[in-house]
Ligand binder design. Structure first.
Ligand SMILES: *Cc1c(COP(=O)(O)O)cnc(C)c1O
Length: 356
């Protein structure tokens, strides 16, 4: 059997050269005589691996020394609680409710501080990024956004500016689009979309924002304590960090985030172009806010949607079923999805539209 084009929203495709390298190194990592999975996380050989991953991420995102990089547990979702537990001083925060994950982040934060939903597109099924201009609170400790809304296929085309520190859940477009880290207080991302395997969360935090955590904050969630311990208060997800480092090396070989963003834009343009001219399929997100990573689309007829998903799967294009809250299809095309995958999807839509 051949490898398929996997349009899954996450866990998602990883670059084949990375998977092959993992396979090569699996029983015997370099001159260590063992697998990465068998190494002590405190050994020098493993320290090289985690430090290498951090150095690559710093290069790829141009992360200044004034920011700490942490490798944490619990995916992005754990940070929904960690963010308020680490940042609450005045006891309130602004949230822009631009999708289900944003909504979940606000709900979790409301256990620990007062949450102001300053803008929301929930009533319109999150088909656009709601307008926050003039609505931000003066007293907020931070403003939380979700830069790319994985389920609804929208992204922020400009960043909010204000007094509060900007905190971003960047799970589904980190390393896929260029961002200026200096504009953020905190960036966090679950790894399974654009960084590597699941079960790992990468957190980038400006150092002056650490050290203010609530006394009730569990130590594993305390960024300052994690930073003091080089993300090793306890055993980190050693294997996922290793694999993430390989993905980052691969991305550097592709020319970095600047180069892959262009490819991501081309892949997305190809698919949106087809959708905009199709009589059968149509994209669901507002044109101005369209994501370049996740593209939800529908025919408007549930049976046709199901038939297309089956038709595409038979051609090796899998996991195109949309999230239940949008229906239809969703094509998630992160960094590891090659241009050929986007082309194959357009060909499949064409063929389906022609022959019914
Ligand atoms: C996938 C996703 C999450 C959840 O990530 P986990 O690692 O499963 O906790 C949160 N936010 C966004 C934007 C996502 O795309």
């Amino acid at each position: 059997m051949e490898r398929v084009y996997n349009f899954s929203p996450g866990p998602s495709m990883m670059p084949l050269p990375v998977l092959e390298k993992i396979k090569d190194q699996l029983p015997l990592y370099e001159a260590t005589g063992m697998s990465v999975m068998e190494m002590s996380h405190r050994s020098n050989m493993y320290l090289d691996i985690i430090q290498d991953a951090e150095a690559r991420l710093r290069k790829l995102m141009h992360i200044p020394e004034s920011y700490a990089v942490l490798f944490l547990h619990g995916g992005a979702t754990m940070q929904f609680a960690s963010v308020p537990l680490n940042l609450s001083v005045k006891g309130q925060a602004d949230y822009i409710d631009s999708g289900n994950f944003a909504h979940g982040a606000a709900g979790e934060a409301a256990k620990y501080l007062k949450v102001n939903i300053v803008a929301s597109s929930r009533e319109d099924n999150y088909t656009y990024i709601p307008d926050w201009e003039g609505k931000l609170s003066a007293e907020a400790d931070y403003l939380h956004i979700t830069t790319n809304n994985t389920i609804y296929g929208t992204h922020f085309t400009k960043l909010p500016e204000g007094n509060a520190h900007l905190v971003a859940d960047m799970s589904s477009n980190i390393l896929g689009e260029v961002y200026d880290v200096n504009k953020f207080g905190v960036i966090y991302a679950g790894a399974q979309k654009n960084i590597g395997p699941a079960g790992l969360c990468v957190l980038i935090v400006r150092k002056d924002l650490m050290g203010k955590a609530s006394p009730l904050c569990p130590k594993l969630l305390n960024w300052a304590t994690q930073a003091e311990n080089d993300s090793m208060i306890n055993t980190p997800n050693t294997f996922a960090i290793y694999a993430a480092g390989l993905c980052m090396a691969w991305l550097q070989e592709q020319g970095g985030v600047e180069a892959i963003e262009k490819v991501n834009q081309e892949k997305a343009a190809l698919v949106y172009d087809y959708l905009d001219n199709s009589k059968l399929f149509k994209a669901t997100a507002l044109k101005e806010h369209r994501s370049i990573m996740n593209i939800p689309f529908i025919t408007g007829d549930k049976e046709k949607d199901a038939a297309f998903i089956k038709f595409a799967a038979a051609k090796g294009l899998v996991n195109l079923k949309g999230h239940r809250s949008v229906g239809g299809m969703r094509a998630s095309m992160y960094n590891a999805m090659p241009m050929e995958g986007a082309k194959a999807l357009v060909e499949a839509m064409k063929a389906f539209e022609l022959n019914g």
